[in-house]
Design a protein around this ligand. Structure first.
Ligand SMILES: Cc1cc2nc3c(=O)[nH]c(=O)nc-3n(C[C@H](O)[C@H](O)[C@H](O)COP(=O)(O)OP(=O)(O)OC[C@H]3O[C@@H](n4cnc5c(N)ncnc54)[C@H](O)[C@@H]3O)c2cc1C
Length: 261
């Protein structure tokens, strides 16, 4: 069973204050912000690690610094680490990210299952998994919260819905995006870190994945972000006086005034 897990390097939320927006390209400046492994991708990797006898490749598209999260996944137990890194890949929107990753999956060989987090903690479009499935012409199950059964031909899963779940049987090869309810990711072990030292990261650029420069990065992105600005949150506090009933009455009036009710 060949499993490919897509893992994204995202800005460390603890350093959110240092994230800047490039005034020209309207994309995030990631250079001075430490990168961490996207939280939901830890659940995707854990799901793969729990499948016995699976050969696990982690695949990431990002700047050279994203190599650190690929190394972390190798230390957690992945067998192979691939970093898609090229200046031409910078500024990619969700569609082009999905396309570049899909070409990475193809170059890596036949994948039986492609696992992604349901969303990244920065862009959070939730589009990359389903778009990869379309490009790879594979079925997709999104928001998987339980793997009921799995074999070499199909996986049976429970996928989240707003008020419940869908039970699905997905024929392989397929793409699955996962939620945090699926499992509790393991943490790094000393022995895992030592073992990972010997594992080399395979790095592929534009020429390696056989895609034209028009199809990658900001240049190939159909989505143009025309404006990105931080929302100033202004809050005013109003204290209500009187009995409980009077306060409730005042609250209802306030909510009517501001159009909530
Ligand atoms: C604030 C903000 C708003 C944005 N709005 C848009 C928008 O409206 N439209 C648009 O097209 N793009 C948008 N982008 C750009 C988009 O976030 C990036 O293209 C991003 O690389 C892919 O989308 P995502 O992070 O939203 O992916 P999601 O679909 O949220 O990510 C789901 C999963 O896909 C995999 N994945 C995603 N990116 C990578 C990667 N680089 N390497 C490996 N695996 C990956 C991971 O498994 C991840 O868990 C926005 C970015 C930001 C920061």
């Amino acid at each position: 069973m060949n499993i490919v897990v897509c893992v994204k390097a995202v800005p460390d939320p603890k350093e959110a204050g240092n994230i800047r927006i490039d005034p020209q390209t309207k994309t995030l400046r990631r250079a001075n912000v430490p990168m961490v492994l996207n939280p939901l991708d830890k659940n995707a990797l854990e799901a793969a690690l729990q499948i016995k006898a699976a050969h696990i490749t982690v695949l990431s598209m990002g700047p050279p610094a994203a190599g650190s999260i690929v190394k972390e996944c190798l230390a957690l137990g992945a067998d192979k680490g691939v970093l898609l890194s090229d200046a031409a890949f910078g500024g990619a929107d969700a569609f082009v990210t999905a396309h570049t990753l899909a070409m990475g999956v193809r170059k890596n060989g036949d994948a039986d299952v492609v696992l992604c987090g349901m969303a990244s903690s920065d862009g959070a479009t939730e589009w990359v998994g389903p778009e990869m499935a379309t490009i790879l012409d594979m079925p997709v199950a999104t928001m998987v919260r339980e793997i009921i059964s799995h074999d070499d031909t199909a996986w049976e899963v429970k996928a989240a819905l707003e008020n419940g779940y869908r039970r699905m049987k997905v024929r392989l090869p397929a793409v699955l995006t996962v939620t945090r309810d699926l499992n509790t990711p393991r943490t790094l072990s000393f022995s895992g870190i030592i073992k990972a030292r010997k594992k080399k990261i395979t790095q592929w650029g534009l020429d390696d994945i056989g895609v034209s420069a028009e199809m990658v990065g900001l240049k190939g992105s159909p989505t143009i972000v025309t404006e990105m600005r931080a929302i100033e949150k202004t809050r005013t506090v109003t204290f209500m006086e009187g009995t409980r009933e009077e306060k409730a009455e005042q609250l209802v009036q306030k909510l009517v005034e501001v159009g909530v009710l």
